[in-house]
Write a protein that binds this ligand. Structure first.
Ligand code: AMP
Length: 289
């Protein structure tokens, strides 16, 4: 596996692959990898001749009060996991390689990025769109792989690719979960054992909402009320948002139809956790307590 730390090194490899007419899959990550990330790599390896993973904790997408400094990192472990998976190149630049001191160009979006996570993390999607634009311009992928766990991020990136005519396909990959249903996340490491147990409320509540919809409930307000009451059963959970939105525009809907997104963010202690389902998705697998 090639480890590229500079844009020049990554570009030289990509140039060679393009000359050989290889297709390239790109899997952007912030590292501290888990099986959720690895599922993106597996999908990319299946679909493309070459797979590039990026490991970059992007300072642009963290607000001043967020966890940039303490975001978990273990690059050597990440490399071992990526190599075992069969990834061809990892691109892991320093922040200074990506952002010159006088960097001043951003990719910004209205509407799709403004609600849900965009409301509580106002700089996040500008940071995501900007860094992905740079990574796409460095790697020239045929396909880019992103997790459905970050459903709004996926919708934002799909919209950016469409609006700005990026010549690639965005592939959404299913959420990989722990045994009790909690979506795998690098941030789960922040949870102490009691908080980790409490975090199970997120997927259990979403599963209850899925069951209500499967039983015929189509009123968003009712589904949101049910979700809120389930989440409030766990005293350690502090709700950030519970929303039902159109799956493409991220605008609130009153009546639910297939493809709409039901999304939740909560805080447990200092840790913010998100999860979601699309109406029509299979039921989330949760362990019954
Ligand atoms: P991150 O390192 O958290 O920025 O995530 C990098 C990519 O992995 C994003 O496209 C995420 O949506 C995806 N991802 C993170 N957690 C999971 C998961 N549990 N299942 C599937 N994809 C995930």
């Amino acid at each position: 596996m090639i480890i590229a730390k500079t844009i020049g090194e990554a570009r030289a490899v990509v140039h060679r692959w393009k000359a050989e007419a290889r297709t390239i899959g790109l899997c952007p990550t912030m590292g501290y990898l888990h099986e959720g990330h690895l599922s993106l790599m597996q999908a990319s390896i299946r679909d493309n001749d070459r797979t590039v993973a990026t490991v970059f904790v992007n300072p642009l997408q963290f607000g001043p009060a967020e966890d940039l400094a303490k975001y978990p990192r273990d690059f050597e472990r990440d490399c071992r996991m990526l190599e075992a998976e069969g990834v061809d190149m990892v691109f892991a630049p320093d922040a200074s390689e990506m952002y010159a001191e006088d960097f001043c160009t951003f990719v910004d979006m209205t509407m799709v990025s403004e609600g849900l996570c965009g409301r509580s993390r106002p700089v996040m999607f500008r940071g995501v769109c900007t860094v992905l634009t740079k990574l796409i311009n460095i790697v020239y992928p045929n396909r880019m792989y992103m997790g459905k766990k970050d459903a709004q991020q996926l919708a934002v990136v799909r919209r950016m690719v469409r609006d700005l005519n990026f010549n690639l396909e965005v592939v959404g990959c299913p959420t990989v979960r722990e045994e009790d249903g909690l979506a795998k996340s690098s941030r789960n490491i922040y949870l102490d054992p009691a908080q980790r147990k409490a975090a199970g409320v997120l997927s259990r509540s979403l599963r209850a909402a899925q069951e209500a919809i499967a039983a015929g409930q189509t009123e968003s307000a009712e589904v949101i009320r049910l979700l809120r009451s389930k989440l409030e059963e766990e005293p350690m959970s502090d709700i950030d948002y519970v929303e039902a939105v159109d799956g493409l525009s991220m605008q609130p809907v009153e009546r639910l139809k297939d493809g709409d997104l039901v999304a939740v963010a909560i805080r447990i202690g200092q840790t913010r956790l998100i999860d979601n389902f699309l109406v029509g998705d299979p039921l989330i697998d949760v362990l019954r307590s």
